[in-house]
Design a protein around this ligand. Structure first.
Ligand code: ADP
Ligand code: MG
Length: 328
C-alpha cells in the first residue's frame, strides 16, 4: 500500500467506526476531535478496563472478523461485569497490516452489534498500520463504593460460577489437534468466538456478592487470584462444576479436567456470597435464564483444595491433571 494513500484510508477507517457510535448519556464530544469529553453521572464511580487481542496469539488471523469484533468488546465487558459496572463508553485502538474494506465492515458489525445491545458509545480510538492487533478500553459506572472486587470473599461464603466451564478451551484444543480442520465439537465454537459477557448478572450481584472475578485464564488461576486478594482459602468439588454435554462426554472419555479448570476464554463470572443469599441467587438465575452453580466454599486455611469425584483431594500428581500444573 502506498504511503500517500494512508491518510484517506485512515479517514475511511474512522468513518467506519464513527458510524458505529450510538448516542449515550455523558458524551459531550465523541469521535472526531483530538479527544473525547465525557462526564460521569453524580454519585457514580468510573470503572475502566483494557484488553488487547493479538493475531496469532489470542486469535487465528483467519478468524471471522465479525466474531473478532464481538469478542474484542465482549472480553472487556466481561471485566466490567465482574466489577458490577454498567458499561457506558469504549475506545478502540486497531492496528492493521492493510486496509481491507470487507474485513473492516464485518469487524465493525460484530463490534457494533454488541455495543448497541448495551447502548455503549464508541467515543474514540487510534488507527495504526502494523501486525493485526486490537485493544479496547471499556468504561462503566458503578454507584460510589459499590464496585465488586477480588478482595471481597469472606470465610463461610459459598463459591459460585455462571454458565458452564471448559467449552471454549475444549473447542480450541480440538481445532489445534485437528490442525485447523473442522472440529468434532463444532457446537462449542460460539463459546470461543462469541463469548456473552455476564453484564446483567454483574449488576445484580453488586448487592449479593462478596468477592468477584471473571474467568478468563481458567477457574483455578482466577479463583486463586480471588482467594489470594481476599486473604482466604477455599475448596471446590469437581463433581459440582457446571459442564455442557460435550465437555462432560470429553471428561468421561479422557479423564482430563484441564479444559474445565485450567482452560481459558470462559468469560463466566466466579463470585462468592453468604449462604443467606442463596434464594436471591436462585432467583437471579431464573430471571436471567443463566445457570449459576455453587461449586464450593471459602475457608480460613489458605490455598485452594480441589475435591475429586472419588472424594480424594487432588494432589497435583494425579493422572489426567498434568495439563494444569502451576495453574492453582
Ligand atoms: P490525532 O491524530 O489527533 O491523534 P486521529 O487522527 O488519531 O487523531 O483520530 C481522529 C479522531 O478519530 C479521534 O477522535 C479519534 O478518537 C478517532 N479515531 C481514530 N481511530 C479510531 C478507531 N479505531 N476507533 C474509534 N475512533 C477512532
Ligand atoms: Mg490530535
Amino acid at each position: 500500500m502506498k504511503t500517500s494513500s494512508t491518510q484517506s484510508e485512515f479517514d475511511l477507517i474512522r468513518r467506519y467506526f464513527a458510524e458505529m457510535t450510538t448516542s449515550c448519556e455523558g458524551v459531550s464530544l465523541g469521535i472526531g476531535d483530538d479527544a473525547a469529553v465525557l462526564s460521569v453521572p453524580p454519585g457514580m464511580e468510573l470503572v475502566v478496563s483494557m484488553d488487547t487481542l493479538v493475531a496469532g496469539i489470542h486469535f487465528f488471523p483467519t478468524v471471522d472478523p465479525s466474531t473478532l469484533g464481538h469478542k474484542a468488546l465482549a472480553v472487556n465487558l466481561s471485566d466490567l461485569a465482574a466489577m458490577g459496572a454498567e458499561p457506558a463508553w469504549v475506545t478502540l485502538a486497531i492496528t492493521l497490516p492493510e486496509v481491507d474494506e470487507s474485513w473492516l465492515e464485518a469487524f465493525s458489525k460484530g463490534f457494533g452489534d454488541l455495543a448497541r445491545q448495551y447502548q455503549i458509545a464508541l467515543v474514540g480510538g487510534d488507527t495504526t498500520r502494523g501486525p493485526l492487533s486490537i485493544t479496547v478500553q471499556a468504561h462503566g459506572f458503578v454507584p460510589s463504593g459499590w464496585a465488586l472486587r477480588r478482595d471481597g470473599a469472606r470465610v463461610g461464603d459459598e463459591i459460585y460460577v455462571t454458565g458452564t466451564l471448559g467449552d471454549a478451551a475444549l473447542y480450541l484444543a480440538s481445532i489445534i489437534a485437528a490442525d485447523g480442520q473442522q472440529s468434532c465439537v463444532e457446537s462449542l465454537s460460539r463459546r470461543l468466538e462469541m463469548p456473552q459477557p455476564r453484564v446483567e448478572a454483574g449488576l445484580t450481584l453488586r448487592r449479593l456478592a462478596g468477592g468477584s472475578i471473571d474467568i478468563s485464564d481458567g477457574l483455578l488461576a482466577d479463583l486463586g487470584h480471588m482467594l489470594e486478594a481476599s486473604d482466604v482459602g477455599g475448596s471446590i468439588a469437581l463433581s459440582r462444576l457446571p459442564l455442557s454435554d460435550e465437555v462432560n462426554d470429553w471428561i468421561h472419555l479422557s479423564d482430563d479436567w484441564s479444559p474445565v479448570i485450567a482452560g481459558g476464554d470462559d468469560y463466566e463470572l466466579c463470585f462468592t456470597a453468604a449462604p443467606s443469599e442463596k434464594a436471591e441467587i436462585d432467583r437471579l438465575s431464573d430471571k436471567l435464564d443463566l445457570q449459576i452453580t455453587c461449586i464450593g466454599t471459602i475457608e480460613e486455611v489458605p490455598g485452594l483444595r480441589v475435591v475429586k469425584p472419588d472424594g480424594d483431594i487432588w494432589s497435583g500428581k494425579d493422572a489426567g491433571f498434568d495439563h494444569f500444573k502451576g495453574a492453582g
